[in-house]
Write a protein of this length. Structure first.
Length: 226
């Protein structure tokens, strides 16, 4: 699947720990996909390889149904086995260049960055997009430092690939990211811990769609360069 800017607008990163024990991840994700989620990353660190493989196949089928990119966190090997659309590798995970060598040119590869130097390095290594944060802190990564919005804006201006903000993003604070240049927002707890996930996804999607046209034009130009 070719990565388009609108694919990154509302990027759901899974965390099944927020769900009731009797709630299937795919059932929850379908609610989100019906209400504006445009990309899904399977990020489930506690699963065994067999469990992750099984979950990946189920989530892939769901993403295909809604025609959104399916990304797997940290595991290029699993992404290749299930023929996911891509993989996201962090600074401490398998390197972007190594992931590209394993997966080839047709997979989407996302990287993480916390400053301009890391962002430029990720782009040079072959990343298709960059996740940057934590812009408002994080409830899922306790070791994640806060990324000033001014630095996020500098990163967006320094690279030609799309940038996705992540970290503590909610409907209440997302307007602070206007005019930064981001392609979208990656969201975990604001979706998975929501009492009404359908309404949460719909509200976030609407708010993200109203971000300045300048940043969407920047992302469109970046995608065409890729």
């Amino acid at each position: 699947m070719n990565l388009l800017p609108n694919h990154l607008r509302l990027y759901a990163v899974t965390d099944r720990s927020w769900l009731p024990p009797d709630k299937k991840l795919t059932d929850f994700l379908e609610i989100l996909l019906q209400n504006g989620v445009s990309c899904v990353q399977l990020r489930e660190k506690a699963l065994s390889d067999d469990e992750l493989l099984s979950e990946a196949l189920a989530v892939k089928a769901l993403c295909q149904k809604y025609r959104v990119p399916f990304i797997i966190n940290d595991r290029p090997d699993i992404a290749k086995r299930v023929k996911a659309d891509g993989v996201h590798v962090g600074l401490s995970d398998m390197g972007i260049a190594n992931a590209r060598a394993l997966l080839g040119p047709d997979y989407i590869i996302g990287g993480s960055a916390h400053n301009v130097t890391e962002a430029r390095a990720a782009e040079a290594a072959g990343a298709n997009y960059i996740g940057c944060g934590a812009v408002f802190g994080s409830t899922t990564k306790t070791d994640a430092g806060t990324l000033p919005i001014s630095v996020l804006k500098d990163i967006c201006q320094a690279v030609s690939i799309p940038v996705v903000a992540i970290g503590g993003i909610s409907a209440e604070n997302i307007s602070a990211l206007t005019d930064t240049g981001i392609a979208g927002a990656a969201v975990i707890s604001a979706l998975f811990a929501a009492q009404n996930p359908a309404e949460a996804a719909k509200t976030l999607s609407i708010k993200l769609s109203t971000l300045s046209s300048n940043q969407l034009e920047h992302c469109q130009s970046s995608a065409e360069k890729r």
